[in-house]
Write a protein that binds this ligand. Sequence first.
Ligand SMILES: C[S@@+](CC[C@H](N)C(=O)[O-])C[C@H]1O[C@@H](n2cnc3c(N)ncnc32)[C@H](O)[C@@H]1O
Length: 322
Amino acid sequence: LPAIFGLVETVCPYADWSDIRFADGFLGAGSVSLAAKALGFAEVLANDIAQRSAMLGRALVANSTHRITHLNALRLFEQAPAGDTPLIAEHLPEPAATFAIDTFRHFHGGTFEDVDRDLIGTLLMGILLRCFPMGLPAASDATHVAAGDYDRLTGSRLAHYLRTAMRLTTPRSVMQAADLINMAITPGRATVSQADVFVWLPQIDAEVIYVDPPYGRTQAYETAFRLIDEFLRSTPLPSSSFSTATPPLDELLDACNHIPTLVMSMGNAVFNEHELTALVARHRHIERVLSIPYRHFGSVATATKNTANRELLVLATKGRNA
Ligand SMILES: C[S@@+](CC[C@H](N)C(=O)[O-])C[C@H]1O[C@@H](n2cnc3c(N)ncnc32)[C@H](O)[C@@H]1O
């Protein structure tokens, strides 16, 4: 976040931010939009194609006044209405599996409405994700734990599953998680949309655009979060074209043409720093490029991959000679 907003500050002085609209085309878990709102931009315009992100965006970014009350958090532990069972319950040990089933029935059974429902959905998404090591519900060992087949897991992963399943799903820890979510809600103006970025971009009017698409050649969000999307009853989406080996970055930059200042985040799996800079330079003037060494957890990336891994940040503007 300091790198992103530090880059913006080099072309749009902080004193002007209260007159500037900040757009975030790929809201994800909302960290950049939340920071932009707290930093006092005139308006934050945020978007994501996924319902999970749009719900979180309505709860935390567009909403400036509502909080999760302890009473609402505790309603999750009341007798649940009758209903279906979410798939994620088959990937969790007890008591998390029962928690997932009961809360799924409350979430879809009319217990909560409007922004209260978005806040509770955001709370549940956070708790359920943290039940999985590294927050990855697509983990292939999860069903072994749920079936009690513990010998097939490493000790640390098994400990994560069993401990968090108990710790995170008590009334006390759910209320604590709600308090943390409440702390993220700040005053300010923001609107959140759920659309394909190519549909959304032509409709928006902003001075700064931040784009953080899925990185090419990485696991698609639609696969990684399939169980969360099913829990939310989202219509399944095909894998994003941005996750492929040929992400549509030229098309994305074209669609941003009407917005003067752009910051793009990208990994270096498809384009290295020089290739990405050359690609962006075809569309606008390069102001600065940061190449930040970035380590993934040892268990998901080899040492060689971690040495080469970079988080690239490109700041580029319109209206000067490229
Ligand atoms: C790298 S994440 C964004 C992370 C975000 N910056 C944050 O701070 O959490 C990429 C997001 O792009 C979304 N996405 C993928 N394809 C999209 C598309 N065509 N239009 C809009 N959003 C898309 C995914 O749902 C995912 O939430």
